[in-house]
Design a protein around this ligand. Structure first.
Ligand SMILES: [Zn+2]
Length: 438
């Protein structure tokens, strides 16, 4: 492909821009630079909030794939190292099921280098975290399957809500309230641009300079997911969790092959196209050295979704007394967790509770209805607080703290938004209090 053709393709992409913001807009060099500066500025404004009481906060990444999945080559030691680098203490794996291994018996489990590994699977539209092999039940209809996993001590969450908004399973632990891959699927113009390997080569300098901002350009408020979650919580408590859907499988490798040809591959080694070397070499010559590593046949390598960036993007912060599987189960069953887009700023210390006198009701709990219920929340950064009751905003505030009297029964949840580079971005999504539910 000639340089002229590339320029033409890029021009066509820019002409086809719709009015809605797409991640491609956020790829503009000045936008990425401004976002980087804003994130750095937030770091300097942040204050530590010490947590009191018996509960400690642990950062969990759910919906993580490793080399057990057909569509990932991630080695466990590399994923654990990435987790540690972003402050994650819990990795909940959801490898795709396969005949070659058992999701529980062969899954990653136990403490490794201080990170608690939980084996699980992405199966039948669910995130499944079993306590024993579920293989012999896998052919069951999804409700029966969930029931049997739950009856044997496992957790089940509905995954990829955008594909199953009509699902209404009973007895499940909860659902994803954000899924990175679902968020990515909405970025139509970025996806169109990425289909052209030469666009990726051209953009690689920017992506290497701002890897997190480039990865997280896909981040939007998950309005459809939250609307559905609010509906589901009206039927029964559903613990909301975030899904990283981390695979480390998006990117590009250009490899020199026989003669004067190059082979363009995805990061899993699948061939995308073969081109005459002359078509890409002038372009490659203009770029900074790539992260090709020791393999001399690799002319260019770009990984768009390294585990560290995928795991930093969003997490589920779980409140529990100790870092053990039983404590994690108890907290997730109780909804004692919040979801945070930590790529904007570290949300550790976010704290919110409903008080009835001195009695403290944590996130996810079910305080009985009484007069004088009072919500108190605080965060390590000032933001825009929104209190949602039964799916509708009923109060708001700004600052590092938020207080609100609870005037009537209902299902209440908190959102906290940050002002980042001139726009409000969703930062924290708390699990609801079910006030007067029983
Ligand atoms: Zn997945």
């Amino acid at each position: 492909m000639s340089r002229l053709l590339l320029v033409t393709i890029l021009a066509l992409i820019s002409v086809s821009r719709a009015t809605a913001e797409d991640a491609l807009d956020r790829f503009a060099p000045e936008r990425l630079a401004a976002m980087h500066e804003a994130v750095e500025a937030l770091k300097s404004q942040r204050v530590e909030i010490p947590r009191t009481g018996p509960l400690r906060e642990y950062r969990a990444n759910l919906h993580v794939h490793s080399l057990l999945s057909h569509d990932s080559r991630g080695k466990i030691e590399d994923i654990v190292a990435a987790a540690k680098s972003v402050g994650t203490q819990i990795l909940m794996f959801t490898d795709h099921t396969a005949a070659t291994y058992d999701s529980f018996d062969d899954g990653h489990q136990g403490l490794r280098d201080g990170v608690l590994l939980i084996p699980g699977a992405e199966a039948k539209g669910l995130l499944v975290f079993p306590r024993e092999s579920f293989r012999k039940f896998e052919a069951s209809p999804v409700q029966d399957f969930s029931d049997v996993v739950r009856s044997r001590g496992g957790l089940t969450f509905v995954s990829h809500l955008e594909e199953r908004m009509d699902w209404q399973l009973t007895g499940i632990t909860g659902n994803e309230i954000y899924n990175t891959h679902a968020d990515f699927k909405e970025e139509k113009r970025l996806i169109a641009a990425m289909r052209n390997p030469l666009w990726l080569v051209t953009a690689s300098g920017l992506i290497r300079k701002y890897p997190q901002e480039a990865y997280s350009a896909l981040h939007d408020y998950p309005a459809d997911y939250l609307k559905r979650w609010d509906q589901l919580c009206q039927l029964a408590p559903h613990t909301g969790v975030s899904a990283n859907d981390a695979h480390q499988n998006v990117g590009l490798v250009i490899r020199k092959i026989d003669g004067d040809k190059v082979r363009v591959e995805d990061p899993l080694g699948e061939k995308l196209i073969e081109l005459p070397a002359a078509a890409v070499q002038p372009l490659l010559a203009t770029l900074p050295p790539s992260d090709a590593g020791a393999d001399p046949s690799i002319l260019f390598k770009l990984q768009l979704d390294p585990y560290a960036n995928a795991l930093r993007h969003v997490a589920t912060h779980v409140l529990m007394p100790e870092l053990t599987q039983p404590a994690l189960w108890e907290a997730l069953e109780a909804g004692r967790a919040f979801v945070a887009f930590d790529w904007l700023a570290d949300s550790t210390g976010f704290d919110a509770a409903v008080f009835a006198g001195d009695a403290r009701h944590e996130l996810g709990s079910r305080p009985a209805w009484s007069d004088g219920l009072h919500l108190q929340a605080r965060a390590p950064l000032p933001g825009h607080w929104k209190l949602i009751r039964n799916g509708e905003q009923v109060a708001e505030g700004t600052g590092r703290a938020f207080e609100q009297a609870i005037a009537e029964p209902g299902i209440y949840r908190l959102e906290l938004w940050l002002d980042v580079a001139g726009a409000e971005r969703i930062w924290v999504l708390g699990n609801p209090w079910f006030v007067g539910a029983e």
